[in-house]
Design a protein. Structure first.
Length: 206
């Protein structure tokens, strides 16, 4: 072997050793110390039911539903009959925001683990459930409650279609369907056996 060939051979060997050393794991790197603390901790849920059912109703569903019901209708005054409906782009857009809030709130209602109220409240009268009774009812009939929430969601989606079409007649019609969905849930879970006292007799006009 010539001196030149021997020189090139040493250079090649040195380069190979450098490459191999670069591929080896560092003693102070993350792979140098195996995880001895056991299996990784389970990931936490990405959602948490913070608000109560009562708070969702008061802060989201009721205001949104009232905005929808109040947006259309017939008002009779001394001056005549007025058909109420959204007029401007801003009014239609505000109504759409309320409808989206209502639809998404039905998903929140169906989240597991949500409490009825932050503080217990008593029955409002005969056949009306207290907060503890409502909680037991929802816990024991979760699927029924979720189906009622789904009915409200379907009504909300149909209202959203009416809003996007800017169709007041459809908006009023679907608003009545939404009212029936709300009442069905209230009857099942809030006042299933409510007793409404009779109206007091009105004395005859002399």
């Amino acid at each position: 072997m010539t001196a030149q060939s021997k020189l090139w051979g040493n250079v090649a060997l040195s380069a190979a050793l450098v490459l191999l050393s670069g591929c080896a794991p560092r003693s102070d790197g993350p792979d140098s110390h195996p995880n001895t603390s056991g299996p990784p901790a389970a990931s936490q849920p990405s959602f948490e039911a913070v608000a109560t059912v009562q708070e969702l109703m008061q802060d989201e569903i009721d205001p949104a539903a009232d905005s929808i019901w109040d947006s259309v209708g017939t008002i009779t005054t001394r001056a005549g009959t007025v058909e109420k409906r959204p007029q401007s782009d801003e009014e239609w857009q505000a109504l759409r925001r309320s409808t989206v809030v209502l639809i998404e709130a039905t998903n929140l209602l169906a989240m597991p683990g949500r409490q009825v109220s932050a503080k217990d409240f008593p029955s409002d009268g005969p056949g009306v459930l207290s907060s503890r009774e409502i909680q037991r009812n929802l816990t024991g009939h979760e699927n029924d409650f979720n189906n009622l929430a789904r009915s409200l969601r379907i009504a909300g989606r149909r209202i959203l279609a009416a809003v996007d079409a800017r169709d007041p007649a459809a908006l009023q019609r679907e608003g009545e369907v939404m009212d029936a969905a709300c009442e069905a849930c209230h009857v099942a879970n809030w006042y299933p056996h409510e007793i409404i006292p009779p109206m007091p007799a009105v004395p005859p006009t002399p």
